[in-house]
Each structure stands twice: as structure tokens, then as C-alpha cells.
Design a protein around this ligand. Structure first.
Ligand SMILES: Cc1cc2nc3c(=O)[nH]c(=O)nc-3n(C[C@H](O)[C@H](O)[C@H](O)COP(=O)(O)O)c2cc1C
Length: 322
């Protein structure tokens, strides 16, 4: 399936695996690259920029296909050394970066001078248009269905994607709620040039998380996520569990971030992935978990999505036009 996105990034399939904290490591990203899709290592999963350099090297030992790095820029009291992570990405000669979380303007010129293509992920048409004006190469737009940060506008993909298509001239991909070939065809029909997935890749054989987490995703349906941090206007969609319920309750009762700080620390989320105790902390999952019923290899998943999409276009859709 050839689109403006596959042409620009030189990949075979119009599918990306977005950054995933604690999950976007060499094993998964190399498998995605080997499948002909585009995977992104998650820079901040690595404790230091030097560790990121090593992780890029480790990925290269597992694939000769291109891959990228996600740089998530979030407001923080003690921000990570973003400039040093940026330099590690540039020095390693990585061809693609996915920026997310905030306006990428501070990083764009350096990435572009190094010949790196920047895919900026955002959650609203106005931010997508802004990123286009800043000169990013492509946009990934996350609908309300997505895992992680959906923003505060609550616009699902069915409206967000065509609204973005009306305003963007650069290639863009649709993100949030995609898990199969039906979603890929829908995204293309709505005007996108491909899809980005997180939750679906979280539940693959190469995803470096405990099997109990994958079993939980298969058992859960589309109802079992929570939106935490809503009153703080920093909403995150996460897997519903004992901790997420507590956080929602405390904040809706008027609590402050300090009242939930210990519950939401990142290390607890990491424990979930490492030990399989799905109630140990906050971990990220989207509505697409309702469409997940198995643990394929990445190669099986990507070829299944593309084959299903092609079959829908050639068979089901054709019947409507005679
Ligand atoms: C476990 C997990 C961790 C994530 N961490 C990040 C992150 O660190 N940075 C980021 O930009 N997006 C992150 N995301 C969001 C994904 O990159 C992607 O935008 C989102 O999952 C798309 O929605 P979907 O899960 O419905 O496919 C994460 C998603 C998951 C499932």
C-alpha cells in the first residue's frame, strides 16, 4: 500500500509504532522495522542519552531497516536533558524522529540540519496546523480513543481525521483506536496517509512486557480504561485498575497532584510491565484494547492488517460500486 507517507519515509507499509514509555525498546522497534512498518524507540525510556545511544546500536544489531526515535517533551519540574537526547539522536545518524507532548520548535532546526525527518504527534487540528507552519515533515494526529495523552478537546478520530485532512497539505497519519485492517481502510478513507498504533503493538510477541499484561489486554474490552488527571487538564487514558480508580476518585473529590503523586510515579508503571502485576501502578492502554484478541508476532500483525485492508478495498468496498 503506497501512500504519501510511505513515499516520504521510504517504508513498505503505512503503519507506525509510536513511542511507548518502558515499551519502545530495541526488541519491539527492530521487529516493527523488519516487518516493513516504522517503529520508534522511546528516548526517555533510556535513563541517560548515553543509554539511548547504546539502545540505537542494539536495535541496529537486530535490523538493517530504518527506524526512528520518539522524543516526548512534557512539562516537568526537573526536565530531562532534552538537548543531550537530541544530540544523541543526531550523532547516531537516526533518520526519523517522532516528537510529541509539546511544540517541537526548539528541536526542529537541529534535526532538519542533520537531515532527520520529523513526524510530530499532536491531538488537535490547530496544533497540527501549527506544526505544519513550523515546518515539520509529517503529522500524526491522536484522537480521543488513544492511549496516553488525548488532550482536552475529546474529538474522536471519525471527526478529527477528516477535519485534519481539510487543513493539512503535508502527509499525516491517524492515531488512536487502530488495531486492524478495517481501521487502516477507514483512516485512508477519511483522508489520512496511514495509521499509528500503540496499544495493539503493546500486545505482540516482541513487546517487552510481562505476559500477564498481554493477557489482561486480551481480556479487557473497550470500557476498561480511565481518564486520569482530567481536573488538572493533563488528561491521560490508562488501563483501568485499582490505582487508576483511586486517582480519579481523589482528584474528582478536589484533591491535588500532591495527593496522588505517590500513586502515579513512573516506577510503579514500570513494575506492572516487569512483574505482570496489573494493579501495581498506572500503565497506558487505549480503547483499541477492545479489538485485541491475540498475541501475534509483529510480522504476523502487520501483514494481517495490510492483507485485511487490501481485501476490504478490493472485495467489500467494490460491491458497493458494482
Ligand atoms: C504503553 C504505552 C506507552 C506510551 N507512551 C508514550 C510516550 O512515552 N510518548 C508518546 O508520545 N506516546 C506514548 N504513547 C502513545 C502512543 O505512541 C500512541 O500515540 C497511542 O498509543 C495511539 O493510540 P492507540 O493506543 O489506540 O493505538 C504510549 C502508548 C502506550 C500504549
Amino acid at each position: 500500500m503506497r501512500t504519501r507517507f510511505t513515499d516520504m519515509f521510504g517504508i513498505t507499509h503505512p503503519i507506525t509504532q509510536g513511542g511507548m514509555q518502558w515499551v519502545g525498546r530495541a526488541e519491539l522497534v527492530a521487529a516493527v522495522a523488519n516487518s516493513g512498518a516504522l517503529g520508534f524507540l522511546t528516548a526517555l525510556t533510556q535513563p541517560t542519552p548515553q543509554d539511548l545511544t547504546k539502545e540505537i546500536q542494539r536495535t541496529r544489531e537486530m535490523t538493517d531497516q530504518p527506524f526512528g526515535v520518539n522524543l516526548t517533551i512534557l512539562p516537568s519540574i526537573n526536565p530531562p536533558p532534552y538537548g543531550e537526547y537530541r544530540k544523541a539522536i543526531i550523532d547516531a545518524g537516526v533518520p526519523f524522529v517522532e516528537t510529541a507532548g509539546a511544540n517541537p520548535v526548539e528541536h526542529l532546526a537541529d534535526f532538519h540540519s542533520a537531515g532527520i525527518k520529523v513526524l510530530h504527534k499532536c491531538t488537535s487540528v490547530r496544533h497540527a496546523v501549527k506544526a505544519q507552519e513550523l515546518g515539520v515533515d509529517a503529522v500524526s494526529i491522536d484522537g480521543f480513543e488513544c492511549a496516553g495523552h488525548p488532550g482536552e478537546d475529546d474529538i474522536p478520530g471519525l471527526v478529527l481525521i477528516p477535519a485534519a485532512a481539510d487543513r493539512l497539505t503535508i502527509p499525516f497519519i491517524a492515531s488512536g483506536g487502530f488495531a486492524d485492517g478495517r481501521g487502516l481502510v477507514a483512516a485512508l478513507a477519511l483522508g489520512a496517509d496511514g495509521i499509528n498504533m500503540g496499544t495493539r503493538f503493546l500486545c505482540t510477541a516482541e513487546s517487552p512486557v510481562h505476559d500477564a499484561v498481554k493477557a489482561h489486554l486480551i481480556a479487557a474490552d473497550e470500557h476498561q480504561t480511565d481518564l486520569i488527571f482530567r481536573p488538572l487538564r493533563n488528561t491521560a487514558r490508562v488501563a483501568r485498575n485499582a490505582i487508576s480508580r483511586q486517582v480519579v476518585q481523589i482528584l474528582s473529590d478536589g484533591g491535588s497532584f500532591d495527593d496522588v503523586r505517590d500513586l502515579v510515579v513512573g516506577i510503579r508503571g514500570r513494575t506492572v510491565y516487569e512483574t505482570g502485576d496489573v494493579h501495581a501502578g498506572i500503565w497506558t492502554a487505549g480503547l483499541s484494547q477492545g479489538l485485541i484478541h491475540d498475541i501475534p508476532t509483529v510480522e504476523q500483525l502487520v501483514s494481517r492488517i495490510v492483507n485485511q485492508a487490501e481485501s476490504i478495498i478490493e472485495n467489500r468496498l467494490r460491491t458497493f460500486t458494482g
